[in-house]
Ligand binder design. Structure first.
Ligand SMILES: *[C@@H]1O[C@H](CO)[C@@H](O)[C@H](O)[C@H]1NC(C)=O
Ligand SMILES: *[C@@H]1O[C@H](CO)[C@@H](O)[C@H](O)[C@H]1NC(C)=O
Length: 220
């Protein structure tokens, strides 16, 4: 009787060990783990800070980012003409004030990586189009969204800001993005907003359409 119980327990232990090894061998990552490791979808806006189409474009994107914040990384790049004799190393279509506005926006993103906060900042900046690029307005909007302006100002008035700007202009050039606003999703040109119109947007230009494109790119 005793031996019989012992043998049963031994067999049971061997069986459990066998299941354990089998489990290890068949250990396929779960879907949840996969999602966790997924690379976020880059959404890039090629813009000029003092361009009405950029303003319209960013208003739409501000609603898009709220819906896909977890699965995307939004970034703005600036369109200008590289020019070694210009104040900022490039000539901006709407003047030096625009170059300054571009640098302020790049520095904001450099200092604060929360993209929702950055879009709140842009929405504030857009409330007074004439003041886009001015120091006082950038400071006021930064503080309004809860970001101390000092580190941004330091970036704007140093090589850090200037280098971010030049790199950004080079990136726009490399992507042949010469119209503000040009939207890239997952590395591909997705849509253009120019002269008050949307065009080259085969997948649509509503908030819903952009959200869908980003979600589809993420699922691939
Ligand atoms: C380069 O910058 C200088 C100084 O701002 C300006 O006079 C000139 O027109 C610019 N050139 C181009 C091609 O934008
Ligand atoms: C703008 O870029 C497109 C390619 O994306 C190119 O076909 C077009 O000629 C460019 N326009 C100007 C004015 O450079």
């Amino acid at each position: 009787m005793e031996t019989h119980v012992c043998r049963s327990i031994l067999l049971l232990l061997i069986f459990i060990y066998f299941l354990y090894i089998l489990g290890k061998l068949l250990n396929v990552p779960t879907k949840e783990q996969n999602d966790h490791e997924r690379v976020k979808i880059p959404v890039e806006l090629f813009v000029m800070s003092r361009c009405p189409d950029a303003v319209a474009c960013e208003e739409v994107m501000a609603d898009v980012v709220k819906e896909v914040n977890d699965i995307s990384t939004f970034k703005t790049n600036y369109i200008a003409t590289l020019n070694s004799s210009a104040t900022y190393g490039a000539t901006c279509k709407h003047g030096d004030l625009e170059c300054n506005g571009n640098i302020q926006e790049l520095c904001f993103q450099e200092v604060n990586s929360n993209q929702l906060t950055f879009f709140n900042y842009l929405m504030c900046i857009h409330r007074s189009f004439d003041r886009i690029g001015s120091h006082e307005w950038a400071k006021q909007c930064s503080e309004e969204v809860g970001q101390d302006y000092d580190p941004i100002d330091k970036c704007v008035n140093s090589d850090t800001g200037l280098n971010l700007f030049i790199k950004s202009v080079q990136k726009s050039k490399a992507n042949q993005a010469n119209v503000s606003c040009t939207i890239f999703i997952d590395g591909h040109k997705r849509c253009i907003r120019d002269g008050g119109d949307w065009y080259d947007c085969p997948e649509g230009n509503s908030v819903k359409d952009f959200v869908k494109s980003i979600k589809n790119a993420y699922k691939k």
